[in-house]
Design a protein around this ligand. Sequence first.
Ligand code: SF4
Length: 364
Amino acid sequence: MAGIYVHVPFCRCKCAYCDFYSLARPDKSGDYAAALRSEYAQRRHELADLPVETVYFGGGTPSMLPPDMLTALAAMTITADTVEATIEVNPEDVTAANARAWRRAGFNRVSMGVQSLDDDALRYLRRRHSAADALAALATLRRAGFDNISADLIYGLPAQTPAAFADSLCSLLDAGIEHLSAYILSYEPGTLMDLRRKRGECAEADDDTITQMYADLCRTAADAAMEHYEISNFALPGRRSRHNSAYWTGTPYLGLGPGAHSLGADGRRRYQEPDLRGYIASPADTLTDDPETADEMLDDIIMVSLRRTEGLDLTVLAPADAAALESRALPRLADGSLCRAGSRLFIPENKWLLTDSVIRDLMT
Ligand code: SF4
């Protein structure tokens, strides 16, 4: 099996925390769509005729594209083999007409950027919708026939209390979603949040607050019958993101559009430079090889595996690599931040906040 990822590099303006590649140039969407069709024609062979089971339109803001353009791009990428086709949307784009058009185009899963259900927090994050808009958008998507909806939430905002986060979380789960992605706010270089922090205009949430929010998140999601299957992802039974799960298990995928990464059926990694102008001029010229050394490949496997409930199966590694890793893992096994079950190493849910440091210790 294989996947296709389409990066749509347009947003109306930049949210305060976001470092994804996107530009406020929707006037370029026609040229972008033409370049995307050209890139697909040139590169579809990289999947070697594997059945495309998952398609994901991310960004950026795919829901900003005109519905007829999205329909044409969906028709290019979604096939009879596709079991999951996701579109990322923002609440302000969810009208009844748009939602019906996305469904008719073949998308059967929506990932919506909610981020918070607190209007003050939404304004602070420079989102362009209110809490009421997000809840209304969820209802509109349901009426259009979407029965597989994911929502993103951010926690650990400056001055956010655990109670305020719990309010957003509970309201969102009460509204009814099949999948939740919940991320701790990170201060990425070049973002407005990073600038605010450097200017001393905001203080990062402290460890105790994050620990409390994380514990509330795990408990509340479990009460809502969601399984915590990856460090930031929760799903009702059978509703894990197939597309992301395929990434994490090394399934080939074709990434189209500026800023997209790919893993070919031949194991080659490539990426498109985040350069809309160059991409429109010639997608072949902005495509760059991204070779990995054996150690980098091993580190990648360690990183993505230990972020998942299933953890890392040592039998997928070469015996010498597995033995060296087991030796590096001993201190973490001793202090309980890593566990072992048969041939699997995994981080228990109550230690997932330590994931970055555990992974650093285990990398080559
Ligand atoms: S969070 Fe989403 S909508 Fe906001 S700037 Fe980033 S990609 Fe665009």
